[in-house]
Design a protein around this ligand. Structure first.
Ligand SMILES: Cc1ncc(COP(=O)(O)O)c(C=O)c1O
Length: 400
């Protein structure tokens, strides 16, 4: 009898798809889901998304859009109304002065990053990427045919990136620098002075900078900052933003970019041959988010700070765990290397695997973010869940 599923030996995929790996964070979510389907009660510290519901005024705008039949194609980069709202919000909050032609909407921030990187870099270019990095940066760059030059940060300095560190990595082939402040996964925040200095360096050398601002509203230092305020350096600057974390809208898929008009046009050209416009209904919801009351951001930020303090204290109280204080985003990035060599654990991946399968706590191993000694814990969850997860971790790590 012929086997039902024959090995697809004839399947020859492209080099570019073989160059990249599936997202490590989505892989953890999938494995945790599988356990849950078996009836196992998993505490989820894996998913990188707010536990808050999308605010009601945003949901109502989407419902009104459906009822009003706003359900057809729009311009590829979003409606003029949405692009104006993006520009307006950024100008009010960060003192930028973009025009509509310098703004485009996408199907999530990841999509905007993908488009920007595909149009900017190719084989032979170097892209400076600070470590630890958000999983997708490296693979998006690789898909574009280029490679990242990894820039290690120092855990004892809270993984903070400085302009001097960036400068030391610049070569004549450097095409792009990727900044992500606050950072996923470390929560590190760059100082406004260092960000300004990086922009100056890049401007002087004609190097592009992508500033991923997906967590820009979740900055717990005294000063919320965007490079968009540095108007004199904007000719080589691409700002990528997202409504996902800011307004608890991860599933809606709405991101954006602010950049010089020729960059925006090229990104839209690529988008016109792939997804076309972001969902029309979501665009109406996004306008409501950007132009409506902003109190929801203030409230969520205050709660994240409370959760951060709780999880960091809880982790630091576990013997063997070291944890820096994240200054933004909603992740803790504890060092768990003290457990290597105990109970069959030899890496962060081993530890995260055992934590999930044996203690039923989902975390993401640091290998996906470019470091070997850490696991990422998303604390965007309720205080009760944090306590349940911390308890399980304490017991499990204590038993190793
Ligand atoms: C640093 C960073 N950039 C971009 C994104 C993309 O978010 P989205 O595509 O949901 O807007 C994420 C999501 O986790 C992220 O952590």
């Amino acid at each position: 009898m012929t086997p039902v599923t024959e090995a697809p030996s004839a399947l020859k995929l492209t080099d570019r798809i073989n160059r990249i790996e599936p997202s490590a964070t989505l892989a953890v979510t999938a494995e945790a889901d599988k356990l849950r389907q078996q009836g196992i009660d998993v505490v989820d510290f894996g998913a990188g998304e707010p536990h808050f519901a999308t605010p009601s005024h945003i949901k109502e705008a989407a419902i009104a859009a459906i009822q009003g039949n706003f359900t057809k194609y729009t311009a590829v980069g979003g409606t003029a109304e949405l692009r104006d709202a993006i520009v307006h919000r950024h100008a009010v909050d960060f003192d930028s002065d973009y025009r509509r032609e310098e703004a485009t909407a996408s199907v999530g921030g990841k999509h905007a990053l993908f488009n920007a990187i595909q149009i900017l870099v190719e084989h032979g270019d170097e892209v400076i990427l600070p470590v630890p990095y958000w999983v997708s940066f490296k693979d998006i760059v690789r898909y574009a045919g280029s490679n990242c030059v990894l820039l290690n940060t120092d855990e004892s300095q809270n993984f903070r990136l400085t302009a001097r560190m960036v400068e030391s990595m610049i070569t004549p082939r450097t095409k792009l620098i990727i900044l992500n402040s606050p950072s996923n996964p470390s929560g590190a925040v760059m100082s406004p002075q260092d960000m300004t200095e990086v922009m100056r360096l890049a401007h002087e050398r004609g190097i592009w900078v992508i500033s991923d601002e997906c967590y820009v509203y979740l900055n717990y230092t005294e000063r919320r900052f965007s490079v968009g305020s540095l108007r004199e350096f904007r000719d080589h600057m691409i700002i990528v933003g997202s409504l996902s974390k800011t307004y608890a809208m991860t599933g809606w898929r709405l991101g954006y970019a602010l950049a010089p008009a020729p960059i925006i046009s090229a990104m839209q050209k690529l988008q016109s041959q792939s997804t076309s416009n972001p969902t029309s209904i979501v665009q109406k919801a996004a306008v409501a988010a950007l132009k409506g009351p902003q109190q929801c951001i203030v409230d969520m930020r205050a709660e994240y700070i409370r959760l951060r303090d709780h999880v960091v204290n809880g982790l630091r109280a576990i013997p063997g765990v070291q944890c820096t204080l994240p200054e933004g985003a909603f992740y803790a990035y504890p060092n768990v290397s003290a457990f290597f060599g105990r109970g069959g654990v030899n890496s962060a991946a081993d530890l995260a695997g055992k934590l999930l399968r044996e203690a039923h706590v989902a975390t993401v191993p640091g290998e996906g973010f470019g470091t070997t000694d850490h696991i990422r814990i998303s604390y965007a969850t309720s205080m009760a869940e944090l306590n349940r997860g911390l308890d399980r971790m304490r017991r499990f790590l204590g038993s190793l």
